[in-house]
Design a binder for this molecule. Sequence first.
Ligand code: SF4
Length: 213
Amino acid sequence: MRPMTKEATATRVELGELLPLMEEFYTIQGEGYHTGTPAYFIRVGGCDVGCHWCDVKESWDAAIHPPTEAAAIVANAKKYSKTIVITGGEPLMWDMNHLTSMLKAEGLQVHIETSGAYELSGHWDWICLSPKKRMLPKPRIYEEAHELKVIIYNKSDFAFAEEHAAKVNGNCQLFLQPEWSVREKMTPLIVDYVMANPKWKVSLQTHKYLNIP
Ligand code: SF4
């Protein structure tokens, strides 16, 4: 088979038929509503949100992650788990319709972890919205989100969390999660906050305590 031209590759990336795949792995969901349940993670490269505490900065540059056939990603994923989590990077930088249609056609549960900074595409069973101050979510996702997970890095993030809780739909589950590098300082504040404001729940990065990816 002839190698694809740069233009043909770019067109297929635009359509979501190829995605810059950074890594994929079978593990335990460590955060939020589905904590403790097995899932196959697909990490798509590319993010320009620029959180200074980001723990996957190597995902930011999409160009270093190989454009990978969505069909090949699906063929691999379905061998491992009934639950697939698409994460990044920021997966909504890419058109997710193609990949998620194929995953759904296989009868899989399809979840996303997103900042919401780009327009929502794709077919999702679970949307975890984790808004970031540097690029706020697009309006539509507040109606669609099943889970709002706000990362607490400093005290002002509690007010940020409330701003976003006021925008999500009434069924959305609310989580506060300490940023890993400041967890010792922020976790006690989150515990107090959740006891005083019980609409929230605590989320911890349990995969890091378990020493798994
Ligand atoms: S949105 Fe996520 S991947 Fe992007 S910089 Fe922030 S934490 Fe990192």
